[in-house]
Write a new protein. Sequence first.
Length: 197
Amino acid sequence: MPLKQPKIFELKQFLAAKISKMKGITGFRSFIFSPIIIYIFRCLVGFSIGFWLMKTLPNADLFWALLSIMFVISPEGKDSPRLTLERVKANLIGAFSAFNVIALPIDMFYKIMVGIVVSAVLCSVFNLLNVSRTAVVAIIIILIEKPNDGFMASIDRFLSVLVGCTIGLLVVIFTGSLIKFLHKKLLKVERRINHEH
């Protein structure tokens, strides 16, 4: 009887060590692939690209591209690509709405009001009402910032918003692929470690 107790004790130690290692790896995996870490990573990548473009091309109006990049990156985990795409569409609707009202012979206040109405209707038509505030921000970016710069400045801001939305969407798509790849690799390592013990 006394001989069996050490074996049971050794088995308990072995199982405790194995469970501890599994929790450590699983906990690490859960932390690294948590929505907040993924969102921070995407924001840092998006900001780095936008800031680099802004500094590389100082004569281009790329501040709005940087702002649009950050605006379309979604913190939601599972639906991030879908929500990002919806925000891109809403941003383009807002830019399109602003672009269409810019030539109206009315005060800027009323141009923005008309642009908001047009963008809300378009967002509703395209079933994007939940991200319509993105469209309103695009209208304000295009119409209010330096309103006396003329028509070409608005086109520049429209293009800047378009570039930013595209970059933001690409950041979400590429980081999503990278995250899936790394997650699979880490799972393989975790299985190998668990199999060895």
